[in-house]
Design a protein around this ligand. Sequence first.
Ligand code: NAD
Length: 484
Amino acid sequence: MPEIKSYWQNYINGAWVDGGAGRLAVDDPATGVALAEQALADQGDVNRAVEAARACHHSRALTAMRPVSRGRMVRAMGDYLLANIERIAYVLCRESGKPLWEARLEVEGAARYFEYYGNQAETIEGRSIPLGERYYDFTTYEPYGVSAHVIPWNYPLEMTARSLSAALTAGNACVVKTPELDPLTTAFIAEAAEHAGLPKGAVNVICGLGHDAGAALVAHSDVNQIVFTGSVPTGVSIACAAAKNVVPCVLELGGKSAAIAWPDADLDGLVSSVRWGIFFNAGQVCSAMSRLIVHEDIHDEVVERVADMARSISTGPGEERTDFGANMGAMISERQRDRAEAMCREAERQGARAVTGGRKLNRAGYFLEPTVFDRLTPDMSIAREEVFGPVLSILKFRTEQDALSIANGTDYGLVAGIFTRDIDRAMKAAARLRAGQIFVNEWYAGGVETPFGGYGKSGYGREKGREALWNYLQTKNIAIALNS
Ligand code: NAD
């Protein structure tokens, strides 16, 4: 396996630099042992990164070029990631705890964003508006200028790629604040920008603590647009900071997403969707299938089949899990794992039954067993609050109305799923579910091309798809009075 270098720097204005706040130890979640050190940015570094992005924007280096050239550079960033996939996936696996095969999928997913949005650069077109023969009027779309990206730890590379690729395609200069738990891999995105020939200051990557460098970045008066992915409380404080500077922000927050399974569902397909839906990335996915609402006629059979599937998943170090299969890695940190385990204990105290799992593994590293709960009522905390771990809550329903009101009964609304062979029933439920994306008969159907984002406390604005480009563009209208 490749060596992981012992110290990783930040990337500001085209140069690799130390951090004003010193260094941060990054742990291997599979062992709990320190893996490497990361330069830690302070407010001075944030100021320099924002200044570099602002200077890049004012130089018009990104905006003056023909969009096809900008699009090619964005695509080249993805090509660079793919060309280095093994090296990148290994670091990602070690710092995040995910299996090596999942880390490879994340690198491919990140590259796909650069491909998709790079290809869109030439599609950002204005229009002319007829005002009679005395005027000529047209509308164009311009980048905001400096775009700030605050990234969570669950998909550090892919979440960065998701917003950065669209922001750059639209012509913004960007500052990325990496997550402090697994900040290393994002350095490869800076390398990719350098390799692709992006101008100095177009991509700046800094790691800093959320309440320090993160807060300084989102409050900076020269930041013109913010995109945040993470928890609800942080989202609220970032929205407040954006409001103070009157700049737009996109919030991608948490979820407690539900799948509804009717008796006519294909149960093999359902169990496969549950495997991906709640055990992929050890359940640390904002759009995880954390609730499964099952019709009473198939409830017992589904509980048994899902529990068997969960028991078949081997949990251990990601480095040893090189190939796709029934396996799962560590959670990101001791704190996250212990929080999830405490939620399982509380669920049992409230009367839920752990059909399988619910305990941490008795070994080094931050592992939690794949867990399935049943005998739940919708008011229990495990059925309402986000665990952000490999914990599925199975609830029972009798009528369609019950199923929909359980599914819609949390503060969140990120995604939802429907499993049935009856397309009329599926369409009716899709219209009534309060969520930004609905999966029918396959959890995570869709892709980079399909818009994604929340209803309710899951956030606002959309990532992915054509919709996301509009996060990074502002409208300018030019009205010309012609001399008669
Ligand atoms: P978090 O909110 O603690 O941190 C996310 C990022 O925000 C980190 O980079 C952190 O340093 C930074 N941050 C923290 N406080 C800040 C502040 N005051 N100002 C500016 N930045 C600050 O979230 P987390 O624990 O890293 O991630 C888990 C949460 O994120 C879960 O709730 C999950 O559902 C959500 N999430 C959502 C999506 C999505 O696309 N909707 C994706 C991934 C994670």
